[in-house]
Ligand binder design. Structure first.
Ligand code: S3P
Length: 746
């Protein structure tokens, strides 16, 4: 076999079971060692290994290799866990201390203990390891050189382990395709007891119990998916698992005791017919399992545990034709969870946006003890706990990418009797929170932020809030909503005056839940919104309309593409959100609304857009808060319009998920469009759009806007870093392809 330069001299594998033999075979096939030697007590195993090409040569003991191994060579112990101490004693007796030693046992504490007993001092050459790979198959005949590819291998080096020895072992596993991480011996054994050992013992125990129910084992004829899925691992090697149970006794007993307690509570709930308890337990577990499923999809084995990066490639020449319904409104989805949780009784939500932002809010409320069923095809059922029923979360509440989640929660948390910490992702952690923290402090809240008023927000509970009469320094529905939510916990009237109309979903939904909120127009676009604390919310039904902010991408797609004709169904057209309709019409778009109706307090309509030539305009500043999230894609419309489009009064765009003025100006410049950013807006001159590579700048709406630009581009547009699209519009790529946009997702 043609070998590459070998970083390891001789690789000796002691014990040729599934793991040892697979490692030997991977090392041989990938040229990871100068020579691969197998050691086993059984000559039949050695013969088979040699015959199957698993090893280069055999040795019947470590003693027989004593004089021959030296620095650069590596011995990997692949015998059952309880046999490892005997092999370590041989290592101590026969091997030169320069030879690197590692193992693959599933328990690390017992290996280290055995090494300390076999050697006079902790051996520098020992690097304990554990590949998290395997199958229910065993033995040398099951050897699979791909077994470790993309699987995690945990190394648990001792304080004394030499760096060169650690590197040698790491190189072997990485060369076999594995992802190597390191942790302490104690952490390893505790984590593995919970995630690997316990499930195996449960599977063995369940199969044994069922087999004992009927002597004839006929029962298995009727066992279908559930049994099969749950018990596959009960076919694993009994000797190996006996050894693991004994070697990791302490950690296994601890987690087994915890499970036994929980199981006792489950039994009690079934005995008492306590459906609430069962539903709460199953819902929590379902959510946790779904989260795990997502991690698996994103690549659980990636070292950072973060999602793999998604790139969009949008080719020119696509169309924009069809009838689609975009997912539910993000703003309303966030609020449905929050107010549903604070209401008395059940709230059933349909059309809920199953995007990362709103799911993060849902998780935050689960973490505060609220039972929430779903989401399933947009249906969520919230078991409201009342205004004073939230429980202290055990961990910081992670709202992910969502400014709405963090700012609205800040108001709510300020009024709770317990402490809380609100954290977010990298983009959110750079966004200003002083705009909510300052007025909340004026109400008596205690909130600590990072420098510059950035997250995390550390909120000290148990403060009596007093009402505030506050005029918003900027048009922000998030700040208004935050203060109204805090106002629910104040004795007296909280008043928020907004200089220009911003989205009023909070007010509408509060009223829908039977809470009195007054809104009074002060003229010139200003509104005074007020409520009194101390009331109660009553749960009900919420039908979330399709999000006009998501629909906007397809409205622009149709507006700029000759031959297009798109109908967007059931779109929310709340008057505080229709800036995109007004602006596109002012630019000459052919846009019609039909079937206007009201659903659960929010107006909706079907929106049809057909191609018509657009012309540049000066955007009326009164439209800015009404189209605040739609500007990235409106800039694409401007790039396709005849003449210049000028936006002013929109400095808020600089503190969204990205600096949207700069992010769009940069991307448009890459595509050859003349775009000049200003402190509070941008000037864009319509003209030909080229191709190129742009970055989403961690911002979902930038990613989607440049995808739409490809419809009028001369060359392909590649958009990096598009994972964030899932925060607001997880089905964007699918729907884009459905209407004829030539989009490829990598
Ligand atoms: C939102 C309000 C807007 C908007 C955001 C959602 C809301 O932010 O940009 O995407 O749900 O209240 P501001 O109110 O801060 O402008």
């Amino acid at each position: 076999m043609n070998r590459r330069a070998a970083p390891i001299g001789k690789l000796v594998v002691v014990g040729l079971g599934l793991i040892g033999a697979s490692l030997a075979l991977a090392a041989r096939q990938r040229g990871l060692a100068g020579e691969v030697i197998g050691v086993s007590r059984r000559t039949s195993t050695l013969d088979l290994a040699l015959h199957n090409g698993v090893i280069d040569r055999v040795a019947d003991s470590l003693q027989s290799l004593a004089g021959e191994l030296c620095s650069g060579d590596l011995v990997v112990i692949g015998v059952p866990t309880l046999t490892v101490p005997a092999v370590l004693r041989d290592c101590a007796e026969f091997l030169d201390p320069a030879v690197t030693i590692s193992d693959v046992a599933s328990v690390k504490g017992s290996v280290v203990e055995a090494a300390l007993a076999a050697y006079p001092a902790p051996p520098v050459q020992l690097v304990p390891g554990h590949p998290i790979a395997g199958s229910e198959k065993s033995g040398v005949t099951a050897a699979n050189p791909q077994l470790f590819v993309d699987h995690r291998v945990i190394l648990t080096p001792l304080e004394q382990s030499g760096a060169d020895h650690v590197e040698r072992v790491r190189a072997l596993w990485q060369g076999s395709g594995a992802i190597v991480s390191t942790m302490s011996v104690a952490d390893h054994d505790e984590i593995l007891a919970a995630t690997s050992h316990l499930p195996h013992f449960l599977a063995f125990s369940l199969v044994d119990t069922l087999a004992g129910l009927r002597a004839d084992r006929e029962i298995f004829r009727y066992a279908a998916g559930g049994f099969r899925d749950f018990t596959r691992i009960a076919a694993s090697d009994p000797v190996m698992w006996r050894d693991i149970a004994l070697a990791n006794r302490g950690a296994v007993l601890q987690v087994l005791d915890k499970l036994t307690d929980d199981f006792g509570r489950l039994r009690g709930a079934i005995e008492r017919s306590d459906g609430e308890h069962l539903l709460a337990l199953f819902t929590r577990a379902q959510a946790a399992r779904q989260h795990f499923g997502q991690l698996l999809e994103q690549g659980l084995d990636s070292d950072t545990m973060s999602a793999k990066s998604i790139t969009f490639t949008a080719a020119p020449g696509g169309s924009a034709v069809g009838t689609i319904r975009v997912p539910g409104d993000k703003s309303i989805s966030h609020r449905s969870i929050m107010l549903g949780a604070l209401a008395d009784g059940l709230t059933e939500v349909t059309g809920f946006l199953e995007g990362e932002d709103s799911i993060a809010t849902l998780r935050a409320f689960r973490a505060m003890g609220v039972q929430i069923e779903g989401p399933q095809q947009g249906r969520v059922v919230i078991h409201g706990v009342g205004l004073h029923g939230l429980k202290a979360p055990e961990q910081p509440l992670d709202v992910g990418n969502a400014g709405t989640g963090m700012r609205l929660l800040a108001g709510l948390m300020a009024g709770q009797p317990f402490d809380s910490v609100l954290v977010g992702d990298e983009s959110l952690s750079g966004r200003p929170m002083g705009r909510v923290a300052d007025p909340l402090r004026a109400m008596g809240a205690q909130i600590a932020t990072n420098e510059g008023g950035r997250p995390p927000l550390r909120i000290t509970g148990g403060q009596q809030l007093s009402p505030l009469n506050y005029t918003l320094p900027m048009a922000s529905a998030q700040v208004k909503s935050c203060l109204l939510l805090a106002g629910l916990y104040c004795a007296g009237e909280t008043v928020v005056t907004e200089p220009a109309p911003t989205r009023d979903h909070t007010e509408r939904m509060l009223r829908g839940f039977g809470y009195t909120v007054d809104s009074e127009s002060l003229g010139g676009g200003a509104t005074r919104v007020s409520l009194r604390g101390g009331g109660a919310l009553t749960g009900g039904r919420i039908d979330v309309p399709a999000d006009i902010s998501s629909a906007a991408f397809f409205m622009v797609a149709a507006a700029i593409t000759p031959g297009s004709d798109i109908t967007l169904e059931h779109v929310g057209i709340n008057p505080t959100r229709v800036g995109v309709v007004n602006i596109l019409r002012a630019m000459g778009a052919d846009l019609t609304l039909s079937g206007e109706r009201e659903v659960g307090g929010e107006p909706v309509a079907d929106i049809r857009v057909r191609y018509a030539p657009l012309h540049g305009i000066e955007i009326d500043e009164s439209q800015v808060p009404l189209a605040i999230d739609e500007f990235p894609v409106l800039f694409i419309a401007a790039a396709c319009a005849q003449g210049e489009t000028v936006l002013t009064g929109a400095e808020e765009l600089r503190v969204k998920e990205s600096d949207r003025i700069q992010a769009m100006a940069d991307g448009l410049a890459t595509l050859g469009v003349q775009a000049t950013p200003t402190s509070d807006g941008i000037r864009i001159t319509g003209g030909p759009i080229g191709g190129g590579r742009v970055s989403s700048q961690h911002d979902h709406r930038i990613a989607m806007a440049f995808t739409i630009a490809a419809l009028r581009a001369s060359h392909e547009i590649v958009i990096d870093d598009c994972n964030n699209v899932a925060t607001s519009f997880p089905t964007f790529a699918e729907l884009a392809q459905q209407v004829g946009i030539k989009l490829k997702v990598d």
